[in-house]
Design a protein around this ligand. Structure first.
Ligand SMILES: [Zn+2]
Length: 391
């Protein structure tokens, strides 16, 4: 590992124990994505940690969701600015921490959001602490969103991240790191949508023939939507939830499904929506109606800008004895999409490494925290030698 960084780590007293202390604190402030107050409390914590390090912060509040935090460290030209991004919300409801408290067992840290992605946000404090100790004064921007886990459905935080990213030199999204030393350079886009069908309710015994069954109609639609999986290369359609009807002895007048669509090519998005709309609006059961609702999603995170940045960070990893990395494309979406749309090369999955995010088995490897702090700090120091990462 870079001896200059190792020496600074010693003088700043950065080690697994110190990293775990704030990691525990941040995990213990529960911040379910739909709990505005919880997310705001995490934002307060992050803000105060950043301000101690001399970061100038700004918090943008939203009515329905947690805030967006923007921080600026150092001075200088925007073209020299390194961007560190993340999100402070989790998928775990308040109270889950009681059954899954923050703890370390066999080198693995557990707790709600320990991996996705409080572990990654926590690294930002130590990267900045090291850079400060090393008298690094070039600009660094920090953007942390408060509603990533539900796709910024009730806010324009994705768009704000895009605007705030513009002109930066290189970005690291501190998302869930992957076991096996991979760095994410591309992710599929996502469309989150629903189809609802309406029919006519009637008593299933006394007035069966007066009813128009909305669930029956939905059954046809589900088969048609799932069949779209055979139509396009690298596009997936998954009906994820279903609800409808009220009681068994009434013909149901309403049914609803939620659909998750993943795609690579931004140009195909409208065609996919049109296909779903056709299915939603074309009835097989006479008298039913159907409608498609688009609830949110993410654009694809493109790898087009990221090759040079990836090669650069891979070389830093090898130089520090952290091994060769692998550039991968994955299905899950992230805020990295907005950054590449802004024209900034961005590497994703740069947070602590682990597995099973979004489940009660979620864990992060404690040792990966120090590895990632060294990797990203050295990459920032070395980035001064590169004029631009755009190929
Ligand atoms: Zn995440």
């Amino acid at each position: 590992m870079n001896p200059v960084i190792l020496e600074a780590m010693q003088s700043c007293k950065i080690d697994s124990a110190s990293v775990l202390k704030t990691w525990k604190e941040i995990v213990e402030i529960e911040s379910f994505t739909h709990n505005r107050e919880g997310v705001s409390l995490v934002c307060d914590f992050i803000r105060s940690e950043l301000e101690i390090l001399g970061v100038r912060t700004k918090v943008i509040e939203f009515d329905k969701v947690g805030p967006l935090l923007i921080g600026e460290y150092g001075e200088g030209d925007l073209s020299e600015c390194i961007l560190l991004t993340g999100h402070m919300d989790t998928v775990f409801k308040e109270g889950f921490i009681k059954e899954n408290p923050f703890r370390v067992e066999d080198g693995k840290a557990f707790g709600p959001g320990v991996l996705d992605m409080k572990g990654g946000v926590n690294l930002i404090f130590y990267i900045l602490k090291l850079l400060k100790a090393l008298h690094y004064t070039k600009p660094i921007k920090i953007i942390i969103s408060g509603d990533e886990e539900h796709g910024h459905e009730h806010s324009n935080q994705g768009q704000l991240m895009l605007e705030e990213s513009k002109g930066c030199k290189l970005a690291f999204n501190m998302e869930t790191g992957l076991i096996g030393n991979s760095i994410t350079v591309a992710r599929k886009g996502r469309i989150a949508c629903r189809v609802a069908t309406k029919g006519k309710s009637a008593h299933a015994g006394a007035n069966f023939s007066d009813g128009i069954n909305a669930i029956h109609e939905m059954a046809y639609k589900i088969l048609e939507i799932q069949a779209l999986n055979n139509k396009y290369k690298d596009v997936t359609f998954s009906v994820g939830t279903i609800k409808g009807g009220t009681v068994a002895n009434a013909v149901p007048d309403y049914a609803e499904i939620e659909i998750d669509v993943r795609y690579n090519d931004v140009d195909i998005k409208e065609t996919l929506i049109e296909d779903l709309k056709q299915i939603a609006q074309t009835s097989k059961i006479q008298g039913t109606t159907g409608e498609l609702f688009i609830d949110g999603g993410f654009p694809p995170f493109s790898n087009k800008l990221n090759q040079r940045a990836y090669e650069f960070v891979n070389a830093i990893s090898v130089k520090n004895g952290l091994g060769e990395t692998e550039a991968i494309h994955i299905g899950g979406s992230s805020d990295a999409a907005f950054i590449t749309i802004a024209g900034v090369p961005c590497l994703c999955s740069m947070g602590v490494k682990g597995e099973w995010n979004h489940t009660n088995r979620e864990y992060a490897l404690v040792d990966s925290a120090i590895e990632r702090i060294v990797l990203i700090t050295d990459a920032i120091l070395e980035s001064e030698k590169v004029k631009s990462f755009l190929v």
